[in-house]
Design a protein around this ligand. Structure first.
Ligand SMILES: Nc1ncnc2c1ncn2[C@@H]1O[C@H](COP(=O)(O)OP(=O)(O)O)[C@@H](O)[C@H]1O
Ligand SMILES: [Mg+2]
Length: 333
């Protein structure tokens, strides 16, 4: 029997998506074949403390942060799976630590992670590449509120997720409340034009030759838009695979997703979220480099429907992490 690959799952983290990350990590832990992988978990608390445990959930060691030995610990495994969402996990910070530790890890690298976490910079790069995105203005804390788009409009923190801190503003009073809320979560926020369309999400998988999953349509149930409750309450949304759109539009969604993945220099995985406006115009909303990752999350369901079951998805992501690491290890700096 070949030696088992040593895999570390990084879970939890400092962001408001802590619990979601833990749920994703539990799914991953349950689905990694014990014959093939030896798994350790590293739970990061909301306070930023790192706790090293074995796959059975027991805590073996507590690493204070900044932990001088964290890179060494992580460096002793074969692959790290950062199953973290939002700031201090999905934004390039943890990826930087893993680069320093010299260990292969799943998903986007430092620059792509940081770029895609920032909805303002992300839109600018896509626009520069000719990929349609919503018009937006970015505001720094203390700057006067500027909404050139009329109502309704969307207001969001630049670097967060799970719809936390996001509002749909219908008038000036709501706009004021919306900007105050968003500034509680980030010192840069976006005011965006409202995209009146069908919301579709696509999974992307690969390094240099990424492939797109079948798209899925997000239908919020009992919610005006895909807010936190719609995302996580039982029955808050329905995922329709494939969306009720013509084949050529679905192909355009897939092409746009892969193109967005490429121009942002993503690797491994991403979920690209788009709107289809006026029936055939694909506009990218955002790209998540570490999408919700339970076995019943949108990303997993889209690949399941595309013929890649969850266990296979994990296997491929781990192989992609190793492939990138080996390729880059040959470079001279
Ligand atoms: N410009 C927009 N027009 C219409 N709906 C939007 C717009 N921006 C965001 N939304 C809605 O808000 C949700 C969350 O916004 P998003 O930018 O994806 O932030 P998050 O990173 O929190 O998921 C989207 O899934 C969508 O339903
Ligand atoms: Mg989103």
């Amino acid at each position: 029997m070949p030696p088992r690959l040593r895999v570390a799952i990084l879970a939890g983290g400092r962001s408001s998506e802590h619990e979601i990350s833990l749920a994703s990590a539990r799914s991953v832990l349950e689905s990694l074949d014990p014959e093939r992988y030896e798994v350790v978990t590293v739970a990061i608390g909301r306070d930023g403390r790192w706790e090293l445990g074995s796959g059975d959930g027991s805590v073996a060691e507590t690493l204070p942060v900044p932990a001088a030995n964290a890179p060494a610990t992580l460096g002793s495994v074969d692959v790290v799976l950062p199953i973290l969402h939002g700031p201090f996990g999905e934004d390039g910070t943890v990826q930087g630590l893993l680069e320093l530790a010299g260990v292969p890890y799943v998903g986007a690298g430092v620059a792509a992670s940081a770029l895609c976490m920032d909805k303002d910079l992300f839109k600018k790069v896509l626009r520069d590449s000719g990929i349609p995105v919503a018009r937006h203005v970015a505001l720094r804390d203390g700057e006067p509120v500027d909404n050139p788009f009329g109502f309704p409009c969307f207001v969001k923190p630049a670097r967060l997720g799970s719809s936390v801190g996001i509002s749909k503003a219908h008038d000036d009073a709501e706009l004021e409340q919306a900007t105050a809320l968003a500034f509680r979560h980030d010192d840069k926020i976006l005011v965006e034009e409202f995209l009146d369309g069908i919301e579709v999400e696509v999974g992307v998988l690969g390094n240099w030759e990424p492939v797109a999953s079948i798209p899925g349509q997000i239908v919020p149930l009992g919610h005006e838009w895909y807010d936190y409750g719609s995302k996580y309450d039982e029955g808050g949304m329905e995922l329709v695979i494939p969306p009720e759109l013509p084949d050529d539009v679905l192909e355009q969604v897939q092409r746009t997703a892969v193109e967005s993945f490429r121009v942002t220099e993503c690797e491994g995985m991403a979920r690209v979220d788009c709107f289809v406006v006026d029936g055939d115009r694909v506009v990218v909303n955002e790209l998540n480099t570490i999408p919700g990752f339970t076995s019943t999350s949108v990303y997993a369901k889209l690949f399941e429907a595309s013929g890649v079951p969850y266990e296979e998805l994990l296997k491929r992501l781990i192989a992609l992490a190793v492939e990138r690491h080996e390729r880059r290890a040959k470079l001279t700096y």
